[in-house]
Write a protein that binds this ligand. Structure first.
Ligand code: PEP
Length: 251
């Protein structure tokens, strides 16, 4: 059976004090919580501190990151390589977030390259997919998600999805408080899984598909009760230890 994964995307938020307080708070809140993998993705600048805090105690928190480059080293100002992320113990790496697709013009093909590079280095890609409001209203949701996943499948084979995580995040639900209903999210998750099953039923059965978009302690349970929703990628609510832990406990 699939194991749920709840991951916090801290985005461009943090300070040494905030990272320290949030991780200590999370550790306390998550004591004794079983049956769910909990990961956090701080800004790259704070991975060192986060790794120190996580490895110091008995923390079960998995360290992640928000982005990676497609180059291993060299003249690529401002970028971060997979080996650098590994050096600081980060294993679950978010790629293709809609904010990067929009503000950094990242194409499906470029995101697929990042996916391959992470796999090559033994890291877990957390591949974000999802439609805009206009695409949703035009009934294009499943086609958009399928196209984003196909960029990986068509270049690396469906088996590349094994061990990776897909995060379905309708763009109109991110940071807006306008979450998809659990029924609608389930319908899309099932369609995404069916699309993968056309290539491999085995991979489709195994791949973790998270929902993301205004997940809060109040609505988390409804998502996790759905058969095809395997956890969540959480933005705003991940910045508060109590809220994020409540979401993880609901999984
Ligand atoms: C996100 O940025 O991935 C996200 C889901 O944000 P929020 O939970 O704030 O909607």
């Amino acid at each position: 059976m699939r194991h749920p994964v709840v991951m916090g995307n801290w985005k461009l938020n943090g300070s040494k004090e905030m990272v320290s307080n949030l991780l200590k708070g999370l550790d306390a809140e998550l004591k004794g919580v079983e049956g769910v993998d909990v990961a956090v993705a701080p800004p790259a600048m704070y991975l060192d501190l986060a790794e120190q805090l996580i490895s110091k105690g008995e923390s079960k928190i998995i360290l992640g990151a928000q982005n990676v480059d497609v180059n291993a080293s060299g003249a690529f100002t401002g970028d971060t390589s997979p080996e650098m992320l590994k050096d600081f113990g980060a294993s679950h790496i978010i790629i293709g977030h809609s904010e990067r697709r929009e503000y950094h013009n990242e194409s499906d093909e470029f995101v697929a390259k990042k996916f391959a590079f992470l796999k090559e280095h033994g890291l877990t890609p957390v591949l974000c997919i999802g439609e805009s409001e206009a695409q949703n209203e035009a009934g294009e949701t499943v086609a958009v998600c399928a196209r984003q996943i196909d960029a990986v499948i068509n270049t690396q084979g469906v088996e590349a999805l094994e061990g990776a995580i897909i995060a379905y995040e309708p763009i109109w639900a991110i940071g807006t408080g306008k979450a998809a209903t659990a029924d609608d999210a389930q319908r899309i998750h099932a369609a995404i899984r069916a699309h993968i099953a056309e290539k491999s039923e085995d991979v489709a059965k195994k791949v973790v598909i998270q929902y993301g978009g205004s997940v809060k302690p109040e609505n988390a349970q409804a998502y996790f009760a759905q058969p095809d929703i395997d956890g969540a990628l959480v933005g705003g609510a991940a910045l508060n230890a109590e809220s994020f832990a409540a979401i993880a406990k609901a999984a």
